[in-house]
Design a protein around this ligand. Sequence first.
Ligand SMILES: Nc1ncnc2c1ncn2[C@@H]1O[C@H](COP(=O)(O)OP(=O)(O)OP(=O)(O)O)[C@@H](O)[C@H]1O
Length: 281
Amino acid sequence: MCSIDIEARAYLYREFPKYYVWNPKGKTWTKRKTRSVIGRIAIGIYDIPQLDHKMLEGCPSECREINEELSVQIPSKDFDAQSQLDPEQEQAFTKIVQTIDTRTTGIFFVDGPGGTGKIYLYRALLANIRSKGVVPKSTRVEIVNASLVKSYLRPLMEKIQFTRNMRERTDPTFSEFLLRVGYRDEPIIRDNLILLPKQLTIKHCRDEIPEESIIKEICPNLQENATRSTYVTKRAILASRNDHVDNLNDRLISMFPGESKTFNSFDSAKDDTNTITKKNI
Ligand SMILES: Nc1ncnc2c1ncn2[C@@H]1O[C@H](COP(=O)(O)OP(=O)(O)OP(=O)(O)O)[C@@H](O)[C@H]1O
């Protein structure tokens, strides 16, 4: 591709799918068209098309993104969410839906600390848009990029600020803590670190390895439950660095019962073990 298109030389291997789409029929890469973006905190609307089912017939590979969107099952509670929005969410919802209905262009940046209902709004929007037979076209890469504060689209975005913590109804102490962290009001103890409340921490004995204490707490009785899919899918341990993730993975996998098998991949991704991602931990 680099020999045909000079622009392609500027992109790293991992960035490539963001700018080019693989066409399996012709076995070629073609430039990705600029699409509308519906992301977690950034929502862009550019002339979203009505879904034409004829487009899907006989061209499954070209319509991969549409098929992917259609395969997302919208739970009925997301359709109900629209009637349960709080005033801030409702204002944002109305503004975004109006932009879609009037087929005008807009980019919205929905901002607010953890628990203020951004995802809830996104789900309500997606359910509403899908019920109108509109396919919001966006790739995972676009969604992630749209979430980046440094996006080149940032100056064009209309900012919608959420302030009310929707989690507080069930756990006010935790949600107040999250809001303080979100607004940077939680005191720093040293080196830009905050002190986590005791309830959020996991105790471990001096003679225990910290990772094992975490695994024990998050995955109790792993041996007996390892074959139960709901036990496995309902648990996650997040870590800020890839080397911590690798360490936890190795320990956890070694604790699973049964014989281990190695499947070799035909390609490899460059692992940056020192990067601390900006994603909330
Ligand atoms: N209008 C609402 N009515 C009832 N529950 C709501 C409403 N809005 C949000 N919630 C609930 O509040 C909780 C937090 O909402 P949500 O996950 O959307 O917040 P968020 O801003 O995306 O948080 P985070 O940034 O931490 O992911 C969820 O349990 C959600 O179901």
